[in-house]
Design a protein around this ligand. Structure first.
Ligand code: GLA
Ligand code: ZN
Length: 667
């Protein structure tokens, strides 16, 4: 476990660099990420290249015992390029209007010209620097995954989208039939007629949805995701030709309102490790500790291996306004939260606040003046502690016996048409995660087609659609003795985003041993339920379940469906399939997960204290129990065994006291 910083030596005078190195070493920082926005320094005019400046930086960093994650600069096409090529490079927004030069990420992933330019520069960079001893890894582009930069509506994309559809459907008749274009007279005569789903005539009046054909919209979402992945993979392939160092990119948290727009499970396949950018309290709001924990869990799950935080907040930040300064203890706490949840390297953004540019407010460890400060002291303490912990531990991973299924196809479909007011796939998954979080039981995320045999409990909330492989995977998991919970709005749609005509829950009816003939999307009302989870409240959705072979595990206790089942359990092969027909409030959800854990041989710990995150982790040989106090007040946490606290080396018995934002690592 170690710490690093995002470093921009090109923003500063060279005479300062040595001071930076000395201070970084003093803080225990041994790795820096550099270079991810520097295109105009490499290529000041078309085909006029300069590398001496980067040679100097790399040599300097190496001489000063820093290793480097080298960013490729494709997030920032320079001015001469957009001037010369214009719309051949620019993205377009949902109305088809070109984006303009001035910030970043204004390029289209399907621009042939831009891709050619990116390949050329990446090749030069990789050729030149692959053998440089400072380089320990590569980062492709920067933050691939803002939904509004992933989804482009330009003519270039429209052309490629038609090719994508032709490959997928073969004939236009097949597309028409699949999409149901007979609805509203949308039948296409050829692929050349198919639209990219720009804002249609109903766009402004139908709010929450674009109004376009839902099958078209889902295919378009997939197309955009594939476009970014193929854009990234071109760079991966080029770098691999020259370098044996691991390659990554810095991803985003689970959902910035409308999700990342990229299937990160798929994207992770060609990467050697994954990383993400973790901003917790800034101009745009404050993330809850459980949400951050969930994001770490997602990142860990994309490859089920240790990940990095490539940008960890280290100061007050924002663009036009600043968020709060991290209260003393929080930088340390946030670092431990990452490590406990499976990150082995935490890189702080950024080393020093930049006095110019869009991010003049974005404070790093150091302020504009570059002098040691409170945050520097705190990070230095963390750096020292990480060194100490690394003497005992290798990279740690939480020991998860339960998994929540996450499907990007389902997520996108849920975003296209949301089923009911207030419903978000991502927040439903968080409801499940939160229950485990509160009980101090690690839980992993998994894609529906993954091998699930390692888990004794698998949860499939609102898994709207599954393909044959995924369906069989879940069936086999349950048949072979697994415990599977499926929730409302699962298995009811085709992969093409049309409704199945089988009785709900469609693909899962047989496994769940139920039929659903009636349901109630809740609007401005709540419904009380009771069952193995105690009593609770549904606020979004109520499936009124008719058991076929299943047994009741919970029922509605009011409304016209009073006494009808809201939850069932069905014996399936050697396993059990639970069906939960409604959402549940926090307490009932926690009770339900406790119940399911007890049915699945997952021990329920006794550390659950409000605001204290408890993560049992292992490096394969050594165990670590992380206790992290997210409260602004001190707490006393009871512990079952005798432990050594690995930061202080003190023996612990009975209880552990933690100050505000304090942490303990018990062995
Ligand atoms: C993102 C980017 C960084 C920087 C920070 C702060 O995470 O990756 O380059 O812009 O935000 O805004
Ligand atoms: Zn485009």
């Amino acid at each position: 476990m170690r710490i690093g910083v995002d470093y921009y030596p090109e923003h500063w005078e060279k005479k300062r660099w040595k001071t930076d190195m000395d201070m970084m070493h003093q803080a225990g920082i041994g790795v820096v990420r550099i270079g991810e926005f520097d295109w105009s320094l490499y290529e000041s005019k078309e085909d006029v290249y300069h590398f001496e400046w980067m040679d100097e930086i790399l040599d300097f960093l190496h001489t000063n015992n820093m290793t480097v994650v080298f960013g490729t600069p494709s997030a920032t096409p320079p001015k001469w390029m957009t001037d010369k090529y214009g719309d051949a490079i620019y993205q377009a927004d949902i109305n088809g209007n070109s984006k303009i030069f001035g910030t970043r990420k204004h390029y289209c992933f399907n621009s042939d010209v831009y891709r050619e330019k990116v390949r050329k520069l990446t090749e030069k960079i990789a050729e030149r620097y692959a053998g440089h001893p400072a380089i320990e890894g590569w980062q492709i582009d920067n933050e691939l995954g803002w939904a509004d930069t992933v989804r482009c509506y330009c003519d270039k994309c429209e052309k490629k989208f038609r090719e994508f559809l032709k490959d997928k459907y073969g004939t236009i008749d097949k597309l028409n039939e699949t999409y149901g274009t007979v609805f509203w007279s949308q039948t296409y005569n050829s692929f050349d007629e198919v639209i990219i789903p720009r804002a249609g005539a109903c766009y402004d009046c139908c709010h929450d949805t674009q109004g376009q054909n839902p099958s078209l919209l889902l295919d378009y979402d997939r197309f955009c995701s594939e476009s970014v992945i193929s854009f990234m993979n071109e760079q991966v392939d080029i770098i691999r030709k020259h370098s044996d160092r691991p390659i990554t990119t810095n991803m985003l948290d689970a959902a910035v309102n409308s999700g990342t727009g990229i299937d990160y499970f798929k994207m992770s396949k060609t990467l050697d490790f994954v990383t993400w950018d973790n901003y917790i309290e800034f101009q745009w709001g404050k993330a809850k500790d459980e949400t951050v924990s969930r994001d770490h869990a997602l990142l860990r799950s994309y490859k089920h291996q240790p990940f990095w935080v490539m940008e960890q907040q280290s100061g007050p930040c924002g663009w036009s306004k600043m968020g709060p300064t991290p209260t003393p203890g929080k930088l340390r706490l946030w670092t431990y939260q990452a490590v406990a949840n499976g990150s082995d390297t935490v890189v702080y953004f950024r080393w020093r606040a930049c006095p110019f540019g869009t991010e003049e407010y974005w404070h790093g460890i150091l302020g504009h003046d570059g002098r040691p400060n409170r945050r520097f002291e705190e990070i230095s303490k963390v750096g020292e502690e990480m060194k100490r912990l690394s003497q005992t531990y290798g990279p740690l991973q939480p020991k998860a016996k339960a998994a929540i299924l996450k499907s990007f196809d389902s997520e996108w479909s849920h975003e296209i048409h949301k089923h009911v007011e207030g419903f978000h796939y991502d927040s439903l998954l968080l409801d499940y995660y939160r229950a485990f979080y509160r009980m101090g039981i690690p839980v992993e995320f998994a894609a529906p087609e993954e091998d699930l045999t390692a888990y004794s409990l698998v949860l499939a909330p609102a898994l709207l659609m599954v393909n044959k492989e995924q369906k069989e995977n879940l069936e086999n998991y349950a048949k072979n003795g697994g415990n599977l919970l499926i929730s409302f709005r699962s298995g009811v749609k085709t992969m093409e985003n049309t409704f199945l005509t089988e009785t709900i829950p469609g693909d899962f009816g047989k496994m769940a041993g139920i039929e659903i003939h009636d349901f109630d999307p809740l609007l401005e009302k709540e419904t009380k339920v009771s069952g193995v989870f105690g009593t609770g409240t549904a606020k979004l959705w109520c499936d009124i379940i008719s058991p076929v072979t299943a047994k009741e595990a919970g029922r509605y206790i009011e409304d016209f469906y009073m006494d009808k089942p809201c939850m069932t359990v069905n014996a399936y092969g050697n396993g059990r399939v639970y069906y939960l027909g409604c959402d549940l409030d926090e307490k009932a959800m926690e009770n339900l997960m406790k119940y399911l854990c007890s049915q699945s041989d997952i021990p329920v710990g006794s550390y659950a204290i409000e605001g204290v995150e408890c993560v049992p982790a292992t490096d394969g040989a050594n165990e670590a129990l992380f206790l992290m106090n997210h409260n602004a007040h001190s707490v006393i946490v009871p512990v079952e065994k005798e432990y050594t606290e690995m930061i202080t080396g003190e023996k612990v018995k009975g209880t552990v006291s933690l100050g505000a934002y304090d942490v303990a690592v018990l062995k």
